[in-house]
Design a protein around this ligand. Sequence first.
Ligand SMILES: Nc1ncnc2c1ncn2[C@@H]1O[C@H](COP(=O)(O)OP(=O)(O)O)[C@@H](O)[C@H]1O
Ligand SMILES: [Mg+2]
Length: 276
Amino acid sequence: MTATPDTGSRPIIDVRGVWKRFGTAEVLKGIDLAIRKSEVTCIIGPSGSGKSTLLRCIAFLEEYSEGEIYIEGELLGFSLENGKRRRVSDAEVARVRRNVGFVFQQFNLWPHMTALENVAMPLKLARGIAREDAEKRARRMLEKVGLGHRAEAYPSQLSGGQQQRVGIARALAMEPHIMLFDEPTSALDPELVGEVLQVMRDLAAEGMTMAVVTHEMGFAAQVADTVVFIDHGVIAASGSPQQVFRKDENPRLRQFLQNYFERNVFWQGAEDGAAP
Ligand SMILES: Nc1ncnc2c1ncn2[C@@H]1O[C@H](COP(=O)(O)OP(=O)(O)O)[C@@H](O)[C@H]1O
Ligand SMILES: [Mg+2]
C-alpha cells in the first residue's frame, strides 16, 4: 500500500482500448487500464493470458495493433492525423518512453561487466552521462538495493536474487517515473524471492509508480493498490486486493486463485503481515 495515490491527476500510463494481434491470434482484446502516480498495480492471470504482451506494449517492445497508450499524456508510438495513426520514428518512441523502467524475469545482465558497470553502462549509452558521474549514480543505486558491497562482482559471482537486484538498480538509475516488472521473481529459487520482493516493497513505500506482473499473491495482497486479473486477453476483474481476492465472483478468477494456493493461508499471512 503506497502513500496517497494521486487520483486527481492525469495517469502516468493510460491504456485505452488496446488490441494486440500476432497474425490471426488476438492476444490483447480491448484493454483499458489507467495507472496513476504512486500507485502499485499488480497484474495476475494464467500463463498465456497476455500479461507480458501488455507490459511489452506499454514499453513499446511490441507495437500494439489498435487503441492508444499514453505515457504522461503523450501518445506512445504513433501520431494521430485525421483519425489515422502513423508510426513515429524510433527516436520519438524512445523520447516518449524514456521515463519507463522495465525489469524482466530474466536478468539480462552483461556477463563480462561488473554489477557497477551493468548499472552505469545504460547511463553512458542512453543518457550520455560522463563515466565518473554514471558510476557515482550506479553505486548509489546498488546501495539502494542493498548491494553496495558487491559493486565489483560479476554476475556469475552473484546469486539470482542479487542479479535481479542489479537489474532493478539498472532500471532505477535511469530515474524512471514508472517501473514495469514482468515476473521479477519467477526465475529465482524460492529462498531468494524475498529479498527481491523487499526491494520492491521499499520502492512502493517511497511512492514509485509500479506495474507488476506476478504470481506472488501475498505481495499483491499487501502492496497493490489495484489488482488486475487478465484472462484470454481481457481484464476479467480488477479492483482493490480485497475486492479481487475476497469477492471473486468471477469463476475463472476463482479457479485461478484456487489453482495457485490455499487461499486462507495466504490471506492469513497478508493480514498478519506488516500491512502498512
Ligand atoms: N511474438 C509473438 N508471436 C506470436 N505469438 C505470441 C508472441 N508473443 C506472445 N505470443 C502469444 O500471446 C499469448 C500471450 O502471451 P504472453 O503475453 O507471453 O502471456 P503471459 O505473459 O500472460 O503468460 C500466448 O498465446 C503467446 O503464445
Ligand atoms: Mg509472461
